[in-house]
Design a protein around this ligand. Structure first.
Ligand code: CA
Length: 431
């Protein structure tokens, strides 16, 4: 099964990868860590400088190119720190070079993830309970019964996703999860996984070795079947782009390369449940290039809590849709970052979803809120035929209702209602 899946992915991606990865440079191993004393920098050129010129200028200054980032007219160089300093000094003398950005390896999950929750696979009694309630539903209502043994997580219900599925479940919408990868063989996900890429080793193996990316994926598009959980857009196509290693660490260039992959492979929505307290201009320009390239980027606001301007990056940059987290009582999560960039709030406390190894876990964080909005964006695209950052954002805004008494810096436009996205008019408020 794994073999068959991999070969399908390879054949599906062979063309697109070959198209933009000529003369593949030497990539680092799949861990994001660099050898001691070795650093990377991102050399950004002015627009209009051809690829050949970019490479020859960098190589002429002794820079070892380890990755190309054509989306932002950049190349990534790696070497020991003294050699990189020399190259930087040399490069600064070329008028074609716009600037040289630092490219640190950071942990992108510490500021968006609240750590591991308790293991929360449905118990036998819960499965029986679900079966009983499904039977009850059958007796009392004409709607189809909920499949026995599958739980609808509270957040999926809170955004009224199930009530939109008669119109659309997100079928055909390409959603990219830029994260630690996805458990490709998870029984509640594999039916929706359509492809992906590993930015750490430049391979098609985007297997999750952390668990985070698999959890995010389940909230977006866990399959509507008889097991586990169900996502907000349970027929969306999932693409896994692995930019973080097993510890949640990754270089800026790996994260940017994953975002670039989304543009080059025509993803409609990108979900980024990751962030850093400090960004850089390369990351900022990549966010803008995604919006320009037609990719709607949904990103976690961060878990830095109250305070002025605590939204992290990429969420805080123009072109990203920053998502805050709330609990099941419509209260802003205490950990949720605040700031003027917050666009919406979504369920992010005790969120049950898929986990690597075929399991399920309940986790908290703006990491968990973000994929609810990603699923809603997929529903908006499928139901309304909208495309691109501005149109998708407008559709989401038109379906959002603020929570009364909550500051705009905590919730932005409020909570999005899938019924409105699917129906086109404002549905009555639930509470
Ligand atoms: Ca399921």
């Amino acid at each position: 099964m794994i073999r068959r899946f991999k070969s399908a992915v390879i054949s599906a991606l062979a063309l697109s990868l070959a198209a933009w990865l000529p003369a593949a440079p030497a990539f680092a191993a799949s861990s994001a860590a660099l050898p001691p004393g070795v650093v990377r920098h991102i050399v950004v050129f002015k627009s209009g400088i051809e690829r050949g010129a970019r490479l020859s200028i960098v190589q002429g200054e002794g820079g070892q190119v380890v990755r190309e980032l054509p989306l932002i007219n950049a190349v990534v160089i790696q070497g020991d720190s003294s050699r990189i300093l020399d190259a930087k000094a040399g490069l600064s003398r070329h008028s074609e070079v716009l600037r040289v950005d630092p490219d640190p390896v950071v942990n992108w999950l510490v500021s968006v993830d609240r750590g591991m929750g308790e293991f929360a696979a449905p118990s036998a009694s819960e499965i029986l309970g679900a079966a009983a309630s499904a039977l009850k539903t059958l007796k009392t209502a004409p709607q189809p019964a909920k499949p026995a043994g599958q739980k609808t997580p509270w957040g999926v219900s809170r955004v009224h996703a199930p009530e939109a599925w008669a119109k659309t479940a997100g079928q055909g919408v390409k959603v990219c999860v830029v994260d630690t990868g996805i458990d490709m063989t998870h029984p509640d996900l594999k039916g929706n996984i359509a492809g992906g890429w590993n930015a750490l080793d430049n391979s098609s193996n985007f297997k999750d070795d952390n668990g985070h990316g698999t959890h995010v994926s389940g909230t977006i598009a866990a399959v509507n079947n008889a097991i586990g959980v169900v996502g907000v857009a349970p027929k969306a196509s999932l693409y896994g782009v692995k930019v973080l290693d097993a510890s949640g660490s990754g270089s800026f260039d790996a994260v940017i390369a994953g975002m670039q992959w989304c543009v080059q492979n025509h993803m409609q929505v990108a979900s980024m449940s990751l962030g850093a307290d400090q960004g850089n201009d390369s990351l900022k320009e990549t966010v803008a290039a995604m919006a320009k390239g037609g990719v709607t980027l949904i990103a976690a606001a961060g878990n830095s809590g109250p305070g002025a301007g605590t939204v992290g990056y990429p969420a805080g940059y123009p072109g990203a849709i920053a998502i805050a987290a709330m609990d099941s009582s419509d209260k802003t999560a205490d950990f949720s970052s605040r700031g003027p960039q917050v666009a919406f709030i979504a369920p992010g406390v005790n969120v049950l979803s898929t986990y690597m190894g075929g399991g399920y876990r309940s986790l908290s964080g703006t990491s968990m809120a973000t994929p609810h909005m990603t699923g809603l964006a997929a529903l908006a695209i499928a139901a309304r035929g909208v495309s691109g950052y501005q149109s998708v954002l407008a559709a989401l805004k038109s379906a959002a209702t603020p929570i009364s008494g909550v500051d705009a810096a905590e919730q932005g436009n409020g909570v999005v209602d899938a019924r409105v996205l699917a129906g086109g008019s404002h549905a009555p408020r639930r509470r």
